[in-house]
Design a protein around this ligand. Structure first.
Ligand SMILES: NC(=O)c1ccc[n+]([C@@H]2O[C@H](COP(=O)([O-])OP(=O)(O)OC[C@H]3O[C@@H](n4cnc5c(N)ncnc54)[C@H](O)[C@@H]3O)[C@@H](O)[C@H]2O)c1
Length: 258
């Protein structure tokens, strides 16, 4: 059992595609700390994966939600509201860009690919937070999203997703201001490279991992558990004074000049 006790708390987690998803490591950790889980999966195709990996786990509910439409997000919260009076945490662990826009030169990013990446990977946090805030505000609450350091520096190949992460991080700060009056906190975890479905699509991903391990002060890459433990801290009452932050969980890579 974790030293942080989240029993009687409920966490809504977006972004579990399979057992390698960062969202899944966070969900497992919150659940181990006692929280009820609501997992919002993108589409019917993923439902089978989720049913398998959650089989036998108590206090887990599954709902479908493609965040490309506000109506879907509204419908999700309506469904949740029928079953739960309130929720305590929202984890937004979602990103998407067309595969062809994650290689080659950024200068060639097409308009449509740019809009798609920004809509799913950055904009979606806004309606997820706004519509979810009605269920969160009864208890205060905490929202977490996932970002990457390419928001601040150039990682060749990360391309349009880097622009999306910059927009996402700025949104976190503006949302922190808006939600603060309801005592709802929102923060981003800027994680180092981890092997998932999404990261493997990025050309140059393997190099990013090698550089990270060689140059980071801790001289290694991070683990899924380290990200999940930071999410646990950000949900817990140990972090009630923290909002609008971008917390790097990257073995210290981001502080290095050379
Ligand atoms: N893996 C890494 O190295 C790394 C590092 C830093 C940040 N991140 C971020 O972590 C988050 C999770 O990614 P991951 O690496 O776990 O990969 P993943 O592929 O397991 O997760 C991405 C999730 O986004 C969901 N998604 C995409 N489009 C959606 C839509 N329209 N509606 C609803 N859901 C949608 C997918 O279903 C999937 O569950 C992303 O924001 C990613 O950018 C990943």
């Amino acid at each position: 059992m974790y030293p942080i006790n989240l029993s009687k708390k409920t966490a809504l987690v977006f972004g579990v595609a399979n057992h390698r998803s960062i969202a899944w490591s966070i969900a497992k950790t919150l659940h181990s700390a006692g929280a009820n889980l609501i997992l919002a999966y993108q589409n019917e195709r993923l439902k089978e994966n989720l049913s398998k990996i959650t089989e036998g786990l108590p206090n887990v509910s599954l709902f479908e939600c493609d965040v490309s439409s506000d109506e879907n997000i509204e419908e999700l919260y309506n469904q949740i509201n029928k079953k739960f009076d309130s929720i305590d945490y929202i984890v937004h662990s979602i990103a998407f860009a067309n595969r062809e826009d994650l290689s080659g030169e950024f200068i060639n990013t097409p308009r449509k690919g740019f809009l798609t990446a920004l809509e799913i990977s950055a904009y979606s946090l806004i309606p997820v937070a706004r519509l979810g805030s009605h269920l969160l505000e009864k208890n205060g609450g905490s929202i977490i999203t996932m970002t990457f350091q390419a928001s601040e520096r150039v990682f060749p190949g990360y391309n349009v997703m880097a622009t999306a992460k910059s927009a996402l991080e700025n949104s976190v700060k503006n949302l922190a201001y808006d939600l603060g009056k309801k005592q709802i906190r929102i923060n981003a975890i800027s994680a180092g490279p981890l092997d998932t479905l999404s990261s493997r699509v990025i050309s140059g991903y393997k190099d990013m991992k090698t550089y990270n391990a060689n140059k980071a002060p801790l001289q290694r890459n991070i683990t899924f558990e380290e990200v999940a433990n930071t999410a646990l801290f950000l949900c817990s009452d140990l972090s009630t004074g923290i909002t609008g932050e971008i917390i790097h969980v990257d073995a210290g890579y981001n502080i290095m000049g050379i």
